[in-house]
Design a protein around this ligand. Structure first.
Ligand code: CAA
Length: 285
């Protein structure tokens, strides 16, 4: 399958990432089905897509009528078979649990058309193991998007051991169609982006723990000293402390001790201080 044949996309999971992915697909002229188990999560996703499109419209980044056209291209459903039955591309963005992803791909294998590319937006889990759950592993690939999806220019394409050349080519074409730059990485724990991202974040959190400087000053160091758009602690609050802890725990098991999670991060997650989404992380919102 090459990109011109992608007309319909199914996005599984309507959280922050699923909503953003659905939005950029619809804005690129594709028909999109978003599926989530919870109807209220679907409503929230449509609301956030509308707001994001409004922002882009008010800044002149999309033309008049583009917002309505993108919203009209999106349908929501709680029915997996309905969502994926006509899809040329499925992008899974369910919570970062390997068991859940594997179960989802098993279902997809039964329900999605034989030609469909089956992509996972996982930020660190093994795409090779996910591909092992289906009878067409060559069609499985990682398409790793970044938050906020409508703004961030990168898609990290993760090639599982089984991914075939045609699927990699399709992934590259899809990224271009969505207006993103792509990089291709092997399926190693944390890929390129998460591995580097959590390494910096974990060191910053250890510095907070040992009182080197305040979160504000550590973030300012990286923003002004290194021109990062956000400091590592602000970014941890944006991504979610729970998400970053899960990635660190996975890398600790797979790669080794340099990825041991700082105790402060684990305590914050236990206390429900997950970042922006709960109103408090390293900062209060
Ligand atoms: N939809 C549409 N537009 C949006 C938006 C959204 N959801 N969020 C921000 N924008 C736009 C703003 O309107 C603004 O547009 P202009 O430049 O035209 O004014 C622009 O993006 C910048 O936004 P702000 O002025 O509000 O704030 P900012 O300049 O601080 O930028 C930011 C915000 C884009 C988030 C920037 O701080 C940034 O790039 N931060 C780093 C984000 C990052 O590293 N993300 C990756 C996280 S890791 C990940 O996602 C992967 C994973 O697996 C966990």
């Amino acid at each position: 399958m090459t990109d011109p044949q992608v007309h319909e996309v199914a996005v599984l999971g309507a959280g922050t990432m699923g909503a953003g992915i659905a939005q950029v697909c619809a804005a690129a002229g594709l028909r999109v089905a978003i599926r989530d188990v919870a109807p209220e999560v679907l409503d929230k996703a449509i609301d956030s897509i509308g707001k994001s499109l409004e922002k882009l419209e008010s800044k002149g980044k999309i033309g008049e009528g583009a917002r309505a056209a993108a919203l009209a291209a999106i349908r929501t459903t709680t029915d997996l078979a309905e969502a994926v039955g006509r899809a040329d591309l499925v992008i899974e963005a369910v919570p970062e649990r390997l068991d859940l992803k594997i179960a989802t791909f098993r279902d997809l294998d039964r329900l999605a058309p034989a030609h469909a590319v089956l992509a996972s937006n996982t930020s660190s889990l093994p795409v090779t193991e996910i591909a092992g759950a289906v009878a067409r592993p060559g069609r499985v690939v990682g398409l790793h998007f970044f938050n906020p999806v409508p703004v961030m220019e990168l898609i990290e394409i993760v090639r599982a051991m089984q991914t075939d050349d045609e699927t990699v080519a399709a992934a590259r074409a899809i990224a271009a169609r969505l207006g993103k730059r792509s990089i291709l990485v092997k399926d190693v724990p944390g890929f390129a982006t998460s591995r580097l991202g959590v390494a910096l974040a974990a060191e910053a959190i250890r510095m907070v723990e040992s009182g080197v400087a305040s979160p504000e000053d550590i973030d300012t160091a990286m923003k002004l000293g290194y021109r990062h758009p956000m400091g590592p602690l602000e970014l941890t609050d944006l991504v979610g402390c729970d998400v970053r802890l899960a990635i660190l725990d996975h890398l600790h098991r797979e790669v080794g001790d340099q990825f041991r999670a700082p105790p402060l991060l684990r305590q914050m997650v236990r206390a429900g201080k997950l970042g922006r989404k709960t109103g408090e992380g390293f900062y209060k919102y």
